[in-house]
Design a protein around this ligand. Structure first.
Ligand code: F6P
Length: 365
């Protein structure tokens, strides 16, 4: 371990960016306590993600700021989806003003490094800033669990518990009314949360973006359940799930089609499709931001804390340009380019898909 006086980092900035999730405060506490107590570093907290870094909205964090926050949901620093490299047009280019402002604040504060807590977008920005000459260390958070370079992100386990409880509650009312219940969970591009919550909650059908669904297959499955004397069914669907017809469309065409057919969201559309296909009474529920709120699970607190202390070690060793990660039951780190690239989707041969199918779950195909 690096000795207190030998730390390569004397002062660093920290921010939380992208959608919030349970465990962010536990992670802030982990990195800040270890950085402060073990290595004597000074810490600058930026407000509302990259927005605060651009605007120079910051404060020096004192130990009392990060004491007692392990149980708190949200983030004491605030968050935003600000993407400083993204132009109005949506293209990624060297966006002059914002990046210049970031560099100016970084250098004016004499920062040795910037610690960013976030998902794919946050790390993409962090990687670009690293290429612009800033020292950056990343920490993986998101309820979507879709970050490359880590087996798990903090926030995922808490969201999984909340979603599973919601499915459990839908079960009892589904049975009482002999209904099909559709529950829509978050996950625009990936189905990790729906797959895990669907298995944990004993969902009968699980629909994820990675496996385009066939409404006829769903209809046959539901009729078969009815013929077996089962009076209800639970459908767990990720917000980015799509039919096989949509999957065959070009991205732009699909976007337009979804805008036209979604009504409120995909859960509502699929509930309507099921009623039309089977005649069974079907009700949609969109769990929404409840999934991201509230206290972190014990598992997320542990993960966020160990990733936080590992980030402090990287700071002390001057190992910049990396993201701390949890891989093969060990805390390690990967190059920042890894989480900055493509998101991690559920592979077709993932064991959880086979697990779901083996217990009789229909995956819509
Ligand atoms: O945190 C990730 C995520 O939960 C996605 O699954 C979801 O689509 C998105 O955030 C929505 O969040 P917001 O409305 O804050 O952009």
């Amino acid at each position: 371990m690096v000795k207190f006086a030998q730390s390569q980092t004397r002062i660093f900035g920290i921010l939380t960016s992208g959608g919030d999730c349970p465990g962010l405060n536990a992670a802030i506490r982990g990195v800040c306590r270890a950085a402060y107590d073990r290595y004597g570093m000074s810490i600058v907290g930026f407000a509302n993600g990259y927005r605060g870094l651009i605007a120079g909205n910051y404060r020096f964090l004192r130990p009392e700021d990060f004491w007692g926050i392990i149980t708190r949901g949200g983030t004491i620093l605030g968050a935003s989806r600000e993407k400083p490299f993204k132009q109005e047009s949506g293209d990624y280019e060297i966006a002059g003003d914002k990046v210049a402002a970031i560099k100016e604040h970084y250098h004016r504060l004499n920062l040795d490094c910037l610690v960013i807590l976030g998902g794919n977008g946050t790390h993409n920005t962090g990687y670009r800033l690293a290429r612009e000459g800033l020292n950056v260390i990343g920490m993986p958070k998101t309820i979507d669990n879709d970050l490359q370079g880590t087996d798990r992100t903090f926030g995922f386990h808490s969201a999984l518990s909340i979603a599973t409880e919601a499915i459990d509650r839908l079960h009892t009312t589904a049975v009482s009314h002999s209904r099909v219940m559709v529950i829509e969970l978050m996950g625009h591009k990936t189905g990790w949360l729906s797959l895990y919550a669907g298995v944990a909650g004993g969902g009968d059908i699980i629909l994820i973006p990675e496996i385009p669904y066939d409404i006829k297959v769903i209809g046959d499955f539901l009729r078969q359940r009815r013929d077996q004397g089962k009076n209800f069914s639970i459908v767990v669907i990720a917000e980015g799930a799509m039919s096989k017809e949509e999957a065959a469309m070009e991205k732009k065409e699909r976007k337009k089609f979804r805008e036209k057919t979604h009504m409120v969201s995909i859960g509502y559309r699929v509930a309507q499709e099921i009623e039309k296909e089977t005649g069974m009474e079907t009700r949609p529920t969109v769990l929404g931001y409840v999934q991201r709120g509230g206290i972190p699970s014990a598992s997320d607190r542990v993960l966020a804390t160990s990733l936080g202390t590992a980030a402090a070690d990287l700071l002390a060793q001057g190992q910049y340009g990396r993201m701390v990660s949890y891989t093969n039951d060990a805390i390690t780190s990967v190059d920042l380019s890894v989480p900055a690239e493509k998101i991690k989707t559920v592979p077709r041969d993932h064991y959880m898909i086979d697990t779901a199918i083996a217990v009789g779950t229909c995956m819509g195909m």
